[in-house]
Design a protein. Structure first.
Length: 228
């Protein structure tokens, strides 16, 4: 049986089936942590394009990209009940541990080398946009498509991570609230930071986020092992 952890409860697993129990905060924390890191990259790139005058293009691209992935995630979530809960728990725990470990190690190496990712130091170069190409006043389909691709990629990475966590804990609402809260916080941070947005120590934040996800993953893996 999988039961309480970190001050809360989740669906117990008994012979591969689940029993209704109060939910833990872990799906919310995991969704908030992963979404805030991924969406921050989208915001940095969007802000760089916006400074060239392409606010309409990036606004629509970010909205459409995340809306498409959100709809796909909701549709896919409907099939989670057809999958064994124990298997979903193992998948989610492994994903949490692997992602957290990768983020922690990668961020640690960057901190030691005093390096930052290209999207933070050269966001326009990251997506292949010429910094000397200001908006002409007409809607640029090229800029829209470039930003749409970036938004789709980042949103898909969020969905790939959050879906198994939400399904494994039967916690769609906590996971969605975690995603929404992260987006709201990142947007508020962007408004406050404004021109200093790229000065935010994203490597340190990702290092901390990696530790959080890895800790949750280890806890879930231990619970799974004890349930065997």
């Amino acid at each position: 049986m999988l039961s309480s952890a970190a001050g809360g409860f989740r669906p117990a697993i008994v012979d591969g089936e689940s029993a209704e129990m109060p939910l833990s905060p872990e799906p919310f924390v995991a969704a908030f942590t992963a979404t805030s890191i991924e969406f921050f990259e989208t915001v940095v790139i969007a802000y760089a394009l916006g400074r060239l005058g392409h606010w309409r293009e990036i606004g629509w691209a970010v909205f459409v990209g995340h809306a498409l992935v959100a709809v796909a995630a909701v549709v896919l979530y409907q099939f989670h009940s057809q999958l064994p809960l124990a298997g979903l728990r193992l998948l989610a725990a492994s994903l949490l541990f692997a992602t957290g470990g990768y983020w922690t190690l990668k961020s640690f190496m960057r901190l030691r080398a005093h390096r930052r990712p290209q999207w933070a130091t050269d966001p326009l170069g990251k997506i292949g946009v010429d910094a000397q190409s200001p908006a002409s006043g007409t809607f640029s389909a090229a800029i829209f498509l470039v930003m749409l691709k970036s938004s789709l990629v980042e949103a898909a990475e969020i969905a790939v991570f959050v879906l198994p966590v939400a399904a494994a804990d039967r916690a769609a609402w906590p996971a969605m609230l975690g995603c929404a809260a992260a987006i709201a916080v990142v947007l508020a941070l962007a408004l406050v930071a404004n021109t200093r947005l790229r000065q935010i120590p994203e490597v340190k934040f990702k290092f901390g986020a990696g530790l959080v996800l890895m800790a949750i993953g280890i806890g879930w893996l231990c619970e799974y092992a004890l349930s065997l």
